[in-house]
Write a protein that binds this ligand. Structure first.
Ligand SMILES: [Zn+2]
Length: 362
């Protein structure tokens, strides 16, 4: 009897080892990314190195929790993300595996042929845009549906594109159709700096108690998408509710050799001032400030532009890269506050800044 029990135990243990992965996955928890973009770090801390990036809607397996950070499974490894930006999902359906680095299968590697190509949530132009690709970018085809293919980028983004816009070789034809018009910021590296963050909320709305740090971040995410659509590479000084120091923000600009650095803020005043303001610090920054300001003046959705102005801000003053700081409305003004809290305004303001960058570089 004893030996049968032992054998049973051994069998159970063997089965456990053989099917460990499956058995565990049933107990695993799945979460969906709620932020537009979310850094995955090698440690459960803001200080951890960024090893991958997730996008809104990605579903990840969570295996551990520490100080508000959640451990998520990547392709061959795992990483940590701020738990605040993950929302629990009912099941593991639609699980997305995110690769870290360039560990994807090479067998179906393809290159983007169009100047700029939108990735969509599903196989058709009716699906929402989940990301952007640029000419020459390498992708791996992981699924196919008619004329559409699902691709994965080396940094783990996934989405559907029309198969005609990808192929082998460096990419020559600039597609139309689902490919966006431009690539007008091709090769440009833009550093976006959403002001404040963490324990520093920035200005607080008069009526709504909206916090500037959140408006800054939301605007930066929208702007980053526009800029990527235009072919730019974009780096954010923060993509979460944390507060990098001012020197750290400048360092990100300088270490990456930013072609332009844009700091995003919303303003406050004891007077009833309304509208946008665009700041420069040095002569080298003036043309950029002017380009952004004139687009804001034309199309920032209901707020007037107060022009450009000299600003003695650390992120401009200490920055050797071309830089500007925008104040996109006054949270101390009830009318401004109502306007800037809308998504529509943030889209228009972001579009104006993107157009200003295009004007500046072209
Ligand atoms: Zn501010």
């Amino acid at each position: 009897m004893k030996s049968i029990v032992s054998i049973l135990i051994v069998v159970v243990l063997l089965l456990g080892a053989a099917f460990g992965a499956q058995a565990k996955s049933e107990a695993k928890q799945y979460y969906q990314v709620s932020a537009d973009s979310l850094n995955v770090r090698n440690d459960p801390s803001e200080k951890g190195e960024v090893i991958a990036s997730l996008r809104k809607g990605d579903v990840v397996e969570v295996s551990d929790e520490a100080h508000g950070w959640l451990q998520v499974a990547l392709n061959k490894t795992s990483g940590w993300v701020a738990g605040y930006y993950l929302v629990k999902t009912g099941s593991g359906g639609g699980k997305t595996t995110v690769s870290s680095g360039s560990s994807g299968a090479k067998s179906s590697a393809q290159t983007v042929q169009a100047d700029s190509l939108r990735m969509r949530k599903g196989p058709g132009t009716g699906y929402s845009v989940v990301g952007g690709l640029y000419k020459g970018e390498a992708v791996t085809v992981i699924d196919r549906d008619g004329d559409w293919v699902k691709v994965k980028t080396p940094d783990g983004q996934q989405g559907w594109v029309a198969s005609q816009y990808i192929g082998e070789g460096g990419g020559s034809s600039s597609g139309s159709g689902d490919s966006s018009s431009s690539g007008r910021l091709n090769g440009k590296l833009i550093v976006l700096d959403p002001g404040h963050g963490g324990d520093d909320p920035g200005m607080i709305g008069k009526e709504s108690e909206a916090q500037e740090k959140d408006l800054n971040l939301e605007t930066a995410f929208i702007l980053a998408d526009y800029l990527r659509d235009l072919g730019a590479r974009v780096i954010l000084t923060r993509s979460e509710d944390v507060k990098p120091s001012l020197p750290e923000r400048v360092k990100i600009s300088e270490n990456n050799g930013a072609d332009a650095f844009i700091s995003i803020h919303y303003n406050s005043s004891t007077k009833n001032t309304s509208g946008t303001l665009t700041f420069y610090n040095k002569g080298k920054d003036k043309a950029l400030a002017r380009a952004i300001e004139s687009e804001l003046a034309e199309g920032a959705g209901g707020l007037r532009s107060n022009g450009i102005s000299f600003g003695d801000y650390h992120v401009l003053r200490e920055n050797s890269q071309v830089s500007a700081l925008v104040e996109l409305g006054f949270l101390s003004n009830e009318k401004d506050e109502r306007i800037v809290r809308t998504k529509d305004y943030k889209r228009k303001a972001a579009k104006a800044i993107a157009d200003g960058l295009v004007d500046y570089f072209n």
